[in-house]
Design a protein around this ligand. Structure first.
Ligand code: HEM
Length: 139
């Protein structure tokens, strides 16, 4: 396995762990659970999200940037990560009312799922039918 493949696989794994942890914390937030204050719950997202970002940067460098290429979808992922972090902060920390925190939580999960689809399909528009299929040239 090449270094590019390894960093890509680690990125995919960190993405999955990050989503599981974020959804779990969101549910605890809605239940007002004391679990949110547990030490490991406070620390592990930082570790996992750092792995997610560092592995993404290494994969992007090895696959694209060192050849002077930057696909659109990688830019979308970088901007999307910032958006996800901001909305996630509102959901788990900054939101003043439970309604605001709950809405931000749902929105953050949707942004995350969109970014996952972008990564898997390797396009900023993963839910659009490819033009060749839409026009009947390919199936
Ligand atoms: C919340 C943020 C992010 C999510 C949810 C996400 C999700 C994903 C997923 C699900 C994949 C496919 C992995 C697999 O099939 O094993 C992927 C691939 C990838 N991601 Fe991300 N990602 C995020 C942030 C980033 C960032 C910030 C960058 C760039 C700095 C990035 C760069 C990449 C690259 C280069 C690939 C490989 C695509 C290819 O094979 O061409 N991702 N991402």
């Amino acid at each position: 396995m090449s270094a590019a493949q390894l960093s890509y696989q680690i990125h995919g794994l960190a993405v999955l762990l990050s989503l599981i942890l974020f959804v779990t914390r969101g549910i605890w937030m809605l239940q007002e659970s004391p679990m949110l204050k547990a030490r490991w719950v406070k620390i592990s997202p930082h570790i996992i999200d750092t792995v997610l970002l560092v592995s993404a940067l290494i994969a992007s460098y090895l696959m694209f940037w060192r050849y002077g290429v930057n696909p659109n979808y990688v830019t979308v992922m970088m901007v999307g990560l910032l958006v996800y972090i901001a909305i996630g902060l509102v959901a788990l920390r900054l939101g003043k009312t439970k309604a605001i925190r709950a809405s931000a939580f749902v929105l953050a999960v949707l942004v995350f799922l969109y970014l996952s689809a972008v990564g898997i399909m390797k396009t900023p528009t993963p839910f659009l039918m490819p033009a060749a299929v839409a026009s009947g040239v390919a199936q």
